[in-house]
Ligand binder design. Structure first.
Ligand code: URA
Length: 422
């Protein structure tokens, strides 16, 4: 087999054979196919697409490049959630222990933030002592102890994707539905979950800016999961404004703990409960209702067990940034819109995110929102508090917030419903 043949096949808009896919993914993982050849192939895939059979075979080849986890020794079903990422999207934090409290096992492999979107591992690392890296045996131990585990994917899980994703990131080939779907699903299938709920975000703060593209991505991932024996459902949800009132690592942990204590912003609670019900239904579990597990403290108990089992102190104070700045309402009226991307960009510039994979994040940095689209506001009232370790970060963050919000007579009628479709 020859890399140039494979590239030319896709360049000319033809379908890749199963043998071509198996060979090129394996040869790339071993270093026999060079980065520049894989970049050309990724660009040909981005421009010419792949059919269902090709995407399925590509996903299988990526799964086979590494190990597949096995939870068959557990006495109850496993179920997981994956979000395509957004601003203020801390849902995994309350969701995993909530589903555990309702009888599911949640083996969640999560990632770090890059660019304007946050990452679950960065958020949890703001808890003193908490460890993201666990062996397979340690994961099983935490699952048995707490019913849920959230950790980093080990080196052995879909190594082909690890290499290819880093290459796509620097070659303008991230935004391809076949490549995104196979990347996400190869990791989720290799993770070994029996059921999966996908939260596909739509709007300025998401990968997919419009509902049409998000729907196609969702359908592709549901087909991949189903074809591999994982009960998979997808929700399309709003990411045109931030989720909840906190954006930034420790700020989002604090908001998640509020939700687990039975409070928290209405949209975070609604989405957490909805996703929990979907995860339990997909796993065939019909015991306790998630709303009851938030109210009776059992979800909070599962959270405390999960954090402690990974070395964290659930009672430790969370990091707080040294400096704050306020953004106030320019007029009296209704906050008509608040752009998710711009708020995410501002939080990133405050230090909540990283520009390169090796950068450290600031745990205390971020933004607290004091009003949401649709809320009445008075001129001079606080709209946002910015948090940073260093006041020099404020001017660039404030520049990102130019045009991020508007005060008018009513909420923008174009605002998306929280759950757009299933
Ligand atoms: N997340 C992934 O894991 N892979 C992609 O390609 C895009 C988002």
């Amino acid at each position: 087999m020859d890399a140039i043949d494979v590239i030319v096949t896709k360049r000319d808009g033809r379908e890749l054979s199963a043998e071509q896919i198996d060979w090129v993914v394996d040869a790339y993982t071993r270093g026999e196919v060079a980065d520049e050849q894989m970049s050309a192939l990724a660009m040909a895939i981005l421009l010419n697409g792949m059919g269902r059979a090709e995407i399925g075979r590509w996903t299988e080849a990526m799964i086979r490049s590494g190990t597949r986890m096995d939870w068959s020794s557990l006495d109850r079903p496993t179920t997981d959630k994956h979000s395509t990422g957004g601003v203020g999207d801390k849902i995994t934090l309350p969701l995993a222990p909530l589903v555990a409290a309702c009888g599911g096992y949640v083996p969640q492999l999560s990632g770090r933030g890059l660019g304007h979107t946050g990452g679950t591992l960065d958020k949890l690392e703001s808890i003193r002592g908490w460890r993201a890296s666990l062996s397979g045996e340690e994961m099983l131990g935490v699952l048995r102890e707490a019913g849920a585990v959230i950790c980093a994917a080990g080196e052995g899980l879909a190594p082909a994707d690890k290499k290819l994703y880093a290459l796509r990131d620097v070659t303008g080939t991230v935004e391809s539905i076949p490549l995104i779907a196979s990347s996400i699903m190869s990791k989720k299938i290799a993770e070994g979950t029996g059921a999966l709920v996908l939260d596909v975000k739509v709007g300025s703060g998401a990968f997919m800016k419009d509902a049409g593209a998000a729907r196609e991505l969702a359908r592709t991932m549901v087909e991949l999961g189903t074809d591999h024996g994982v009960t998979t459902v997808a929700l399309l949800t709003a990411m045109d404004r931030p989720l909840g009132l906190a954006v930034g690592n420790a700020l989002e942990v604090a908001e998640s703990v509020e939700v687990l204590a039975g409070g928290g912003p209405a949209d975070v609670v609604e989405l957490t409960v909805r996703l929990a019900r979907e995860m339990l239904a997909a796993a065939g579990l019909s015991g306790k209702d998630p709303a009851d597990a938030l109210a009776d403290g059992s979800a909070m108990d599962a959270w405390r067990r999960m954090i402690a089992a990974q070395g964290g102190d659930p009672d430790a104070p969370l990091p707080v940034a040294a400096e704050t700045a306020e953004v106030t309402a320019p007029a009296t009226g209704v906050l008509s819109r608040l752009d998710a991307y711009r708020v995410g960009l501002a939080a990133w510039r405050l230090g909540a995110g990283r520009a390169r994979k090796e950068d450290a994040v600031s745990f205390g940095a971020g933004i607290t929102l004091h009003a949401r689209p649709g809320d009445a506001v008075r001129e001079g009232q606080r709209l946002m508090t910015l948090h940073a370790d260093d006041a020099e970060r404020f001017p660039r963050a404030l520049a990102a917030l130019d045009n991020a919000y508007e005060v008018g007579e009513a909420a923008d009628p174009a605002l998306l419903p929280l759950v757009i479709d299933k």
